[in-house]
Design a protein around this ligand. Sequence first.
Ligand code: WT7
Length: 636
Amino acid sequence: MPIKSTQITTKDEYLSHWQMAHEVPQEFWAKAAENYEWMKPWDKVQSGDFNDLEIKWFEGASLNITANCLDRHLKTRGDKTAVIWESNDPNEAPIKYTYTELHAEVCRFSNVLKEKGIKKGDRVCFYMSMVPELLTGVLACARIGAVHSVVFGGFSAQALAGRIQDCQAKMVITCDEAYRGAKTIPLKAITDEAVESCDTIETVLVRERTGGSITYKEGRDYSLLPLIKAAKDDCPPEEMKAEDPLFILYTSGSTGKPKGLMHTTAGYMVWAGYTFENVFQMEENDTYWCTADIGWITGHSYITYGPLLNGATTIMFEGVPTYPDAGRFWDIVDKFKITHFYTAPTAIRALQACDINLVRKHDLSSLKVLGSVGEPINEEAWEWYNKEVGKERCPIVDTWWQTETGGIMITSLAGVTESIPAHATYPLPGVNPVLVDSEGKTILGNPGEGNLCMELPWPGIARTIWGDHKRYKETYFTTYPGKYFTGDGARRDDKGRYRITGRVDDVINVSGHRIGTAEVEDAINEHPAIVESAVVGYPHEIKGQGIYAYVICQPGQEETAEVLKPQLDALIMKMIGPIAKLDFILPVSGLPKTRSGKIMRRILRKIAAKDGNNLGDISTLLNPEIVEEIKKGAGL
Ligand code: WT7
């Protein structure tokens, strides 16, 4: 049976598409790819697998993703609004770009990059706040074939430097300062500090935003806006091979320094476009708002590429949910008559804790679909979101995915398949999840619970860790050979619907931000009085998980948590950034260790969660007596 379309409009269609994508993946994804313009067709839809790790999609094809995000829409949607930018300051006028204007702006930016010596394959690092030029700059890179690497503006100089060095970027694009609610963040000053240790950087472009005082280094630094203004608005899209790198995005894992996940052009494009279309089910005149930052994968796939590939209107918000007050999100929904609203559980919980009139006084009747992403959404937050924001008439899509997956993997489809509280529910066509037990045995039948893996490659999977294919293999494909291991645990109900229970590895999810415990420990261990530390996550009402640090001080240099807190946070701010600040510190005299010297984190996690009666077998510990002391210290 020939595949007519990959657009899903009913649950039966969802079921049959999932089957088709499973049985005849090559035909299925060839059909999905027909929605786009290619400069050269592919020879083979897919090759490579989770054993050889030479995964390729649409090999032989050439294309440019921005020709598909921009040029392709000019005839039919040239005057349609592509992007609306909303300032941190509610009184500053929004900036709107039609598809025609966005196309011209991206071309101008592309010409600036070229003028400053950026060529196909070069890496360009963005360290900006949510100004329009972050979006147009990323697209400008894609247009000329440069590889963008966006670093979230909340990371420190040291974290930024590490990422620049790792991908050997030639250029950094930053702002003078960022507005963030009532605060400003000195992005240029931080960039200056970072670039001191980055000898690959030739040029720094500065988008002036606040007018704060900064210094320009002669011959290296240039003000961005005048350059864009002066550039020609025509720049032909570079012909890219299907598997040419599109971007690198760094994320934390259980060990070592952050990994630069590399996404490539064709597969990522098809996945971002396909998932956006089917998950959100937008109509032509709808307006979509994803509240993420482009510094994270959500902002890449679902502020920038996914919506633009579909010719949608996407909102870009510079500010924070609580400025000037905690009604800001609802004010913006009302202001732009948002129909599709996509945010994170941590924001929902934070706003849920505020005066309900901040929600109720706004007109939210434009809303049709609500989305959640970034961490498990608890039932209470789900119910509140459904009742107070969606007025019980908007389907909620709880979308599970990762930086590594490129796009949404497990979710309900808005208005097409059922939404149930706290459940991501069904895998998208092309997604083949399995649950495995700790021995790697597949859990068959429903219901079931285990570690979440994927059995087959989908178009959007990251192809490698930049410069370290061996680490890619070790991180994702060796725990359960032949399978991609997500690092998450999940339950499957009697109908085969998934509920993600959270990370099962040493990664903490704080307000939807992924933080590696090892990175935080490294920062803490820089403190001269600290001998050793162990960091775990624990349940936190607003952030989902908080960061709990057990620290051992040098004999004779014991300090209280109160004294240590600002000192350790300062180290964390320096090495990582404010997102990894500690929520709880417990000074201890030792840590529970196995006979081989490994810290028993399981015990530390339980104690941090105030679950001290359920520690399991501790008799195999080298120092079982320490457990009682730690429990006492934790108030158990
Ligand atoms: C981790 C990935 C996906 C883009 C933003 C975060 C957790 C993400 C959900 C969800 C439960 C979720 C997982 C995952 N996560 N979405 N809907 N339900 N957990 O991307 O920084 O790569 O983090 O976020 O633990 O592994 P990321």
